[in-house]
Design a protein around this ligand. Structure first.
Ligand code: SF4
Length: 502
């Protein structure tokens, strides 16, 4: 049987949802989120190939292997390594196939580096594609479709190093009906949402559970926007979770702020163990929200909406973006004050990026303000848009400084206190930790990292201990927030400012 080596390439700089801080403190490299892309493609390919996987979040790909085919996927932050791997394996006689979000949206960039290029989703074209590859006469490119998710196979988690995956991943839907100007998800996966049948979701969950995962990311583009479907699914998750013999599972996902309108959905989510959600808040500045067509956030009391979610026992992690043309000169102060007044400890601070294929990309290109796209992968705060009123370097430094201010231990502690006071009034989320099930190497390393905070940040540690005494039901949620704090501090330390910002 021919051989296929599927690789999830390393990112070129540390990511918000990375685990570099765990490796730094424990020497254990782990995947903060176990990779669903290579395990899904492996399931499609295995009838035709002997398949091996490498997730470079855990360990670098084996460069001494000489497979017939190497499969590479990735997002914009992975492109430099993706191209480096392609060059290496082609130079040593393997053929390379590329797909995934970046290859789909930026085909011209990757075309010179691969023998076969896949654009779009693979479920429907998988059998034809892998049969042709195995028989040695593939086309040079394939265009995927937007398949029904009942076609998505059970991922090949048996091939993945699960002991080093902290959080399992499972996708229950694709697409999002909103139309934010900067979003490439809707270009890649569409605005008409497609849903995986509930029984298929539960079958994938059974498999993740058998592999040892007790925390699972429902990696949908927008889990909550179709509230009827979300209620049906979380009710099924709650029933499933109620009869787990070896500890219950907790879930995290991504959604939009409109979820705060529906107390029933929030209650059902919390009851199912869905105790963390990422919400793209982006900015409190109304003109910037309108500019970027984030209509679902316009005209709301965003603090009140966030508080309503947290009050149900669901931690919010939020996106914060600066760099909109409508941002006023004082946007950095506005953003800092907004987040310091919120119950959101962890905020993903970003500079607005124009991803290829988005309306934003087309607009800034028309305006002559598009910079070298490869800049995007160089640091967490780098963008590829020429700001209207600043030099690029100065603007990036201001973004980094905003992040630094929000992650000063005292400032973070203040937000943690607001969070605990709100979430503490709610009921206890389900335990993320198994009561009897397997404790993976990833979880052990994560816990060792957490315990380092006692000596690294003694004041914040003490403050958190006091919060646990005052709000005992918030303890597990607080621990999750603190490791994310450590990751952000490590990213800041490793990415010093380029220019001095007064
Ligand atoms: S809500 Fe999120 S997924 Fe949906 S269009 Fe906006 S940025 Fe994209």
């Amino acid at each position: 049987m021919p051989t296929l080596y599927l690789i999830n390439p390393d990112c070129s700089c540390p990511q918000y949802y990375g685990a570099e801080v765990v490796a730094e403190h424990t020497g254990t490299r782990l995947a903060a989120i176990a990779d669903l892309a290579i395990t899904t493609v492996a399931a499609l390919a295995r009838p035709y190939f002997e398949v091996r996987l490498a997730d470079e979040g855990i360990a670098h790909a084996d460069l001494s292997l000489r497979p017939d085919w190497v499969g590479l996927t990735g997002k914009v932050s992975q492109v430099p390594r993706m191209l480096e791997l392609a060059r290496h394996y082609r130079a040593h006689g393997s053929k390379v196939i590329m797909g995934g979000p970046f290859a789909s949206m930026s085909p011209e960039t990757v075309r010179p580096y691969c023998d076969v290029l896949i654009q779009g989703e693979m479920e429907e074209i998988g059998p034809e594609l892998f049969r042709a590859l195995a028989q040695g006469h593939p086309k040079s490119s394939y265009l995927g479709t937007r398949p029904g998710l009942e076609l998505s196979p059970l991922p090949a988690w048996d091939l993945y190093p699960n002991a080093y995956g902290l959080v399992g991943s499972l996708q229950t839907s694709r697409g999002c009906p909103f139309e934010c100007e900067f979003c490439d998800v809707i270009q890649y996966l569409g605005r008409k949402q497609r849903f995986k049948p509930v029984e298929n979701v539960l079958a994938e969950l059974d498999l993740l559970y058998r592999c040892g995962y007790r925390r699972v990311l429902l990696c949908d583009d927008n889990f909550t926007v179709n509230r009827g479907r979300a209620k049906e699914l979380v009710s099924a998750l709650a029933d499933w979770n109620a009869v787990r013999p070896a500890g219950r599972v907790s879930f995290m996902t991504q959604g939009s702020i409109d979820v705060a309108r529906d107390d029933e959905l929030l209650r059902l989510m919390a009851e199912a163990g869905l105790n963390q959600i990422f919400v793209g808040v982006e900015t409190p500045h109304q003109a910037s929200l309108k500019e970027t067509k984030k209509v679902q956030n316009v005209g709301l009391d965003l603090h009140e909406r966030l508080q309503r979610i947290v009050a149900h026992g669901i931690t919010v992690e939020a996106g914060c973006v600066v760099g909109f043309d409508s941002d006023p000169a004082e946007i950095f102060d506005i953003q800092r004050d907004f987040w310091m007044g919120s119950c959101v400890p962890n905020v993903k601070v970003s500079n607005l990026v124009a991803l290829e294929s988005t309306p934003l990309y087309a607009r800034v290109q028309r305006e002559g303000r598009l910079l070298d796209p490869s800049l995007v992968a160089s640091s967490p705060w780098t963008a590829n848009i020429q700001p209207l009123h600043h030099s690029r370097g100065e603007f990036e430094d201001r973004v980094r400084t905003l992040c630094d201010q929000l992650y000063e231990p005292e400032a973070f502690g203040d937000r943690l206190e607001q969070f605990a006071s709100v979430v503490g009034q709610s009921y206890q989320p389900l335990q993320a930790r198994p009561s009897q099930g397997p404790i993976s190497e990833a979880l052990k390393a994560w816990m060792r990292t957490f315990s380092k905070l006692r000596t690294l940040e003694p004041k914040l540690w003490k403050r958190t201990e006091d919060l646990v005494v005052r709000y005992p039901r918030s303890s597990s949620s607080l621990a999750m927030q603190l490791v994310q704090f450590m990751q952000q501090r490590a990213i800041l330390r490793d990415n010093p400012t380029v220019l001095a910002v007064s």
